[in-house]
Design a protein around this ligand. Sequence first.
Ligand code: MD6
Ligand code: FE
Length: 201
Amino acid sequence: MEPFPDLPGFRYWPGALDPAAQADLLAEVQTTIAAAPFYRPVTPGGKPFSVRMTNLGRVGWVSDRAGYRYQPTHPETGAPWPAIPARLLDLWNTLTDGSAPPDACLVNLYRETARMGLHQDRDEADLTAPVVSVSLGDTALFRIGAAEGGPTRSIRLASGDVCALTGASRLARHGIDRLLVGSSKLLGDGGRINLTLRRAT
Ligand code: MD6
Ligand code: FE
């Protein structure tokens, strides 16, 4: 569904994954990223992110002193990123009506005080392909506003919620203000994992 008339193309499916599907997805992601450990990137200005990151797929999104880009290998291990699990490709197919498959999945890990500043996803080659986001663990306060600027609104992304930036909202500005710490028991150590599926190349 498109909850906000002023953000056409922002799609939101609360509870898209039931608790069993959340647990299965989390277990598969945790197994898969054992070969691609979370690391803490820095901004091009050299400031560490509060979010830890890793990737799945043919390419992964990275940030360092050289800038933002997609690259085929983990910046610390040098190994190719693990493949995107089939259940995530299936979810993409279902929700995007068969849009060309994603080749990148950014995995963000938030512990208590982590946040993500307002940004646009614009490092992808085709800025008409959707970005699909899956939330697991603690609820996050997600902020979103139009690409052109103006007011923003806050919505709660809970475990199992899926949202997507498509069409006129593909370049919407968005970020994570904070977590509602302790709102989910899905991650044993607490916190939140967000998976964003993109068509990067
Ligand atoms: C997050 N999400 O939920 C950060 N990007 O942790 C994003 O940056 C995002 O939710 C593109 C599309 C949907 C998103
Ligand atoms: Fe984003």
